[in-house]
Design a protein around this ligand. Structure first.
Ligand SMILES: [Zn+2]
Length: 141
């Protein structure tokens, strides 16, 4: 069994991401100096980082796998999730279609009174939503 160094990483979590990517493609790998750097991150530069090792015969394929870039596909997935959400989610501003909506903060004498009596503003179940972008109040369907 002949191990060769494939890559080095500053932090253990980066090495584990690469290791998971290799594992997903059926390539076995191991880490060296991971625990030393986990105990003291400042040793990482001194000892050359977390080393990712693979079998010599897997080296070329492992390099290809590490070079794979899925970011474009992830952007497509994110767009799909947003489209699905816009069809099903009622929490969107009817005025400007912003997703930056939430419950308005309690105001007025009731909030003051409940803060004085209870120590905190008593949360009422509010069916009103507030758009934080255009300040439109609307009812949640
Ligand atoms: Zn709005």
């Amino acid at each position: 069994m002949n191990l060769v160094q494939l890559a080095t990483f500053m932090y253990p979590h980066e090495a584990h991401l690469a290791m998971g990517k290799l594992d997903a493609h059926g390539i076995e790998s191991s880490l060296q100096d991971e625990l030393t750097i986990q105990i003291n991150n400042f040793y990482s530069n001194a000892i050359g980082g977390v080393k990712l090792h693979v079998l010599a015969e897997d080296l070329d394929r492992a390099k290809e796998v590490l070079a794979l870039d899925y970011s474009a596909e992830q952007d497509e997935d994110a767009d799909q999730i947003k489209e699905t959400a816009s069809e099903t989610n009622a929490f969107q501003c009817p005025n400007c279609n912003s997703w930056n909506v939430g419950e308005p903060r309690l105001k007025g004498p009731f909030a003051l009174l409940s803060t004085l009596l209870l120590g905190f503003p008593f949360p009422l179940v509010s069916k009103q939503s507030l758009c934080f972008d255009c300040h439109t109040e609307f009812k949640i369907r």
